[in-house]
Design a protein around this ligand. Structure first.
Ligand SMILES: NC(=O)c1ccc[n+]([C@@H]2O[C@H](COP(=O)([O-])OP(=O)(O)OC[C@H]3O[C@@H](n4cnc5c(N)ncnc54)[C@H](OP(=O)(O)O)[C@@H]3O)[C@@H](O)[C@H]2O)c1
Length: 335
C-alpha cells in the first residue's frame, strides 16, 4: 500500500497558458481514515476550461483556488477503505477530487461526491463525459435555455469538444438543422460523418464565414456559444428575428484578454434573447437529465468520444490542450 499522496498545488497564477511554474508537485502522507470517512484512489481527472478560470484572481462563480491549495478538479475515484456508512470498498464516486492521487471523503464533504451506479453498457469515463457535467451542461443549456423547436437551425461552437459534440446531437434528436463550428477538418468530419451534424465549418479556413452563411441558408435560430469573440460575432450576424443565444462559455478569452464582440447591435436589430447559464443551477434535476442521457446513449442516439492523456504527471499540461484545440470530445487524464 503506497503511503504518499502526490498533489498538484497552485503555486502562481497563470498569465496565459499553464507554464511549469503555475502548478507545483507536492507530496503528503495519504490521509488515515477515521469514523465517518472513506479514502478513495483517483482514477481519472476531468479536464475542463473552467480550471483555468479557477486559477485566476477574477470575479467568478466559485472562489478562486488559493495559492498553495490543491488544484480544484472534477474526477472519478474508487473507494479503497471506508468507515463511512454510505460508501463501501470498491464503490466508485465522482466529484471534486482535486488534482491529487487520493482523496478523503468526510461526512461534511460528502455532498460533493456522487456514488456511481454500475451499469453494464456504461464505462467509467462516461460518468465524466455524457453522464457527467459535460452531458448535463449540454442538456440543460440547450433544452432549458435554448428551447429548440423542430425545424429550427442551431449553430454550436467548439462543436467537436466535450459539450459542443453533445449539444449538436441533442439538437438532432429535437429535430433541428445542426451546424457545428470547429477548429480542424478532422473535427468537422467527425461531427458530420459520425455524429450526424448537417454541416460543419472549420473556422481556421479563410472563407469560413462564407461557409457558415452557406450552411445556414435560413439564418440561425439558436446559437449555443462556447467560444465568444470573432466566432460568436459571425454567428450573431446570421441570427433570425427573436433568436436565442445560449452563452455557455467564452473560451477564447480565458487565457488572454477577452476579445469581446465587434458589435452587439444584432441583439437589438434581431430582438435576440441572450442568456448565460451555469450548470450548478440545475443540480436538483441532474437525476432526471442523467436518465434521459443514459437512455439516448443506450439506444445509440448519443455517441461520445474521449481524448485520454495518461499519467498524473501530465495533468497540468493537459489543461493547455483545451486552449490549443488538441482534444476531440471529452479531455480526460487517466492516472
Ligand atoms: N456554463 C456552464 O455551466 C459550463 C459548463 C461546462 C463548460 N462550459 C463551457 O463550455 C465550453 C466548452 O467546454 P468543454 O469542457 O466542452 O471543452 P471542449 O469543448 O472539450 O474543449 C475546448 C475547445 O474549445 C476550442 N477552443 C479553444 N480556444 C479557442 C479559441 N480561441 N477559439 C475558438 N475555439 C477555441 C477548441 O476546439 P477547436 O479545435 O474547435 O478550436 C477546444 O477543443 C467552454 O467555454 C466552457 O467554459 C460551461
Amino acid at each position: 500500500m503506497p503511503t504518499i499522496n502526490r498533489q498538484w498545488k497552485l503555486a502562481n497564477r497563470p498569465t496565459g497558458l499553464i507554464t511549469p511554474d503555475v502548478l507545483q508537485l507536492s507530496e503528503s502522507p495519504i490521509p488515515t481514515v477515521s469514523d465517518g470517512q472513506a479514502l478513495a484512489r483517483v482514477k481519472y481527472f476531468s479536464i475542463d476550461p473552467t480550471m483555468r478560470v479557477w486559477m485566476a484572481d477574477v470575479a467568478q462563480y466559485m472562489p478562486a483556488v488559493t495559492i498553495g491549495e490543491v488544484m480544484r478538479a472534477f474526477g472519478l475515484a474508487e473507494i479503497i477503505e471506508s468507515r463511512h456508512p454510505d460508501f463501501k470498498k470498491g464503490d466508485k464516486v465522482s466529484g471534486l477530487t482535486g488534482f491529487q492521487e487520493y482523496v478523503l471523503l468526510t461526512a461534511a464533504g460528502k455532498q460533493f461526491f456522487q456514488k456511481l451506479p454500475s451499469i453494464p453498457f456504461l464505462s467509467d469515463v462516461n460518468f465524466l463525459n455524457l453522464l457527467g457535467v459535460t452531458g448535463l451542461t449540454a442538456y440543460f443549456g440547450l433544452l432549458e435555455v435554448g428551447k429548440p423547436q423542430s425545424g429550427e437551425t442551431l449553430v454550436v461552437s467548439a462543436a467537436a469538444g466535450a459539450t459542443g459534440s453533445v449539444v449538436g446531437q441533442l439538437g438532432k434528436i429535437h429535430g433541428c438543422r445542426v451546424v457545428g463550428i470547429a477548429g480542424s477538418d478532422e473535427k468537422c468530419k467527425w461531427i458530420k460523418d459520425d455524429l450526424g451534424f448537417d454541416a460543419a465549418v472549420n473556422y481556421k479556413h479563410p472563407d469560413w464565414k462564407q461557409q457558415l452563411a452557406a450552411a445556414t441558408p435560413k439564418g440561425v435560430d439558436i446559437n449555443f456559444e462556447n467560444v465568444g469573440g470573432e466566432v460568436m460575432q459571425a454567428v450573431l450576424d446570421r441570427m433570425n428575428l427573436h433568436g436565442r443565444v445560449v452563452v455557455c462559455g467564452l473560451i477564447s478569452g480565458y487565457t488572454k484578454q477577452d476579445p469581446g464582440l465587434a458589435s452587439f447591435a444584432q441583439v437589438i436589430v434581431k430582438r435576440l434573447r441572450v442568456e448565460g447559464f451555469l450548470i450548478l443551477d440545475y443540480v436538483s434535476r441532474f437525476m432526471e437529465a442523467g436518465q434521459k442521457l443514459g437512455i439516448w446513449k443506450m439506444t445509440g442516439k448519443l455517441k461520445s468520444r474521449e481524448t485520454i492523456v495518461k499519467g498524473f504527471e501530465n495533468a497540468p499540461e493537459a489543461i493547455n490542450m483545451l486552449f490549443r484545440g488538441d482534444n476531440i470530445g471529452k479531455l480526460i487524464v487517466e492516472l
